[in-house]
Design a binder for this molecule. Structure first.
Ligand code: APR
Length: 358
């Protein structure tokens, strides 16, 4: 996925470039600025001195020295003064100018902290939205892996109500390890059917007999084995006939749904945060099987119902499992008709699950 939200220390990332939330002097400070300078060593400061500062909203690039990445892009975010002083435009410019520099230096991957959302006081959820919007617009025309690095949970102000609703949904539906496995449940159901059938034959021999005719009966009662015999009696389809009945594939269903929703391919894969190359692979290969996260991202982008989502996942070989919290949270949002990728990610983040890209 071209935009990933990850929770880590940006100084540990070995992507091509990491972005520093610096101040106008570019001579270091606290927060992520301090962490980057500490990890890079004194040569970073030495090079920064040659840059003679940086305007707010602008960006400059240096080497990375002891850091695992190749470059450090220093940008200066706006100080938050209530949101009516052009802060959003300046913050957008930070991301845009940094991405321009990353492209100029042929970076294939870049990582941003949430610029201005620490010392400079920009509300974290709004800072995240600006980051996602500018980066996803850039990725419509460019190929690059963009990581938005969240360093602390405060970045997600999930509402208490939403959190408790999801908590309750998980508790109600979570199938943990010591409940019956699917096989045990199916076996129990099959046995109870056989029992019913026995009772049925005993109770209504006339009714049951035609049925019994098609079974080899043991002492006049259908047995567990009977269904197997019944299957043996059913005319066997040839493999070719079976293969001739192959269902619509994942990729065929995806393209059909895009048309039904009146979306363009680009609108869909951008909303699903899937890059153009991957989408064209799916479009050109009718049997392409995507990752589960990608399949779910498309279901969210297309705003499919839960049944349609399960159908689409099944075509890619997956299911939504009640023993998987990630799946339950996705199911909760689809059931509530909430396809807001930010709220979904906030919830996934709060429950320590991996996130869907944008
Ligand atoms: N990795 C990733 N993110 C980090 C890290 C880290 N190691 N350390 C802090 N952050 C996050 C913070 O949690 C915050 O969300 O970076 C975001 C930006 O916070 P700040 O570093 O405080 O930057 P900013 O709000 O833009 O203020 C810039 O602070 O450090 C000084 O010199 C800097 O004067 C400048 C001002």
């Amino acid at each position: 996925m071209p935009i990933q939200i990850i929770r880590t220390d940006i100084t540990k990332l070995n992507c091509d470039a990491i972005v520093n939330a610096a101040n106008n002097s570019l001579l270091g400070g606290g927060g992520v600025d301090g962490a980057i300078h500490r990890a890079a060593g004194p040569n970073l400061l030495r090079e920064c001195r040659t840059l003679h500062g940086c305007e707010t909203g602008q960006a400059k690039i240096t080497g990375a020295y002891k850091l695992p990445c190749k470059y450090v892009i220093h940008t200066v975010g706006p100080v938050w003064r209530g949101g009516q002083n052009g802060e959003k435009q300046l913050l957008e410019s930070c991301y845009r100018e940094s991405l321009k520099l990353a492209k100029k230096y042929e970076c294939e991957s870049v990582a941003f902290p949430l610029i201005s959302s620490g010392v400079y006081g920009y509300p974290k959820d709004q800072a995240l939205k600006v980051a996602m919007d500018v980066c996803s617009d850039f990725l419509l025309k460019n190929d690059m892996l963009v990581n938005i690095v969240i360093f602390d949970k405060a970045a997600y102000q999930i509402s208490e109500k939403l959190f408790s609703d999801i908590r309750a949904y998980i508790d109600d539906h979570y199938v943990d390890l010591h409940t019956d496995s699917l096989y045990e449940r199916m076996l129990r159901e099959q046995c109870s059917q056989i029992l019913e059938m026995d009772e049925c034959v005993a109770e209504f021999p006339k009714l049951a007999m035609p049925l019994a005719d098609s079974f080899q009966l043991e002492d006049n009662k259908p047995s567990m084995a009977a269904p197997m015999q019944a299957q043996q009696l059913a005319p066997q389809m040839s493999l070719d006939e079976k293969l001739g009945q192959i269902d619509e594939s994942f990729s065929q269903m995806l393209l059909r749904k895009i048309d039904e929703k009146g979306m363009t391919d680009a609108q869909c894969y951008k909303k699903a945060n899937v890059d153009r190359k991957l989408f064209s692979k799916i479009r050109s290969n009718v049997h392409y099987s995507p990752s589960k996260t990608t399949a779910i991202a498309f279901a969210i982008a297309l705003e499919l119902s839960l049944e349609e989502t399960k159908e689409m996942l099944m075509k890619a070989g997956y299911a939504l499992s009640h023993s998987n919290k990630f799946d339950l949270i996705i199911e909760y949002f689809i059931q509530s008709g909430n396809y807001n990728i930010f709220e979904i990610n906030e919830a996934l983040f709060m429950f320590d699950q991996s996130l869907l890209g944008m």
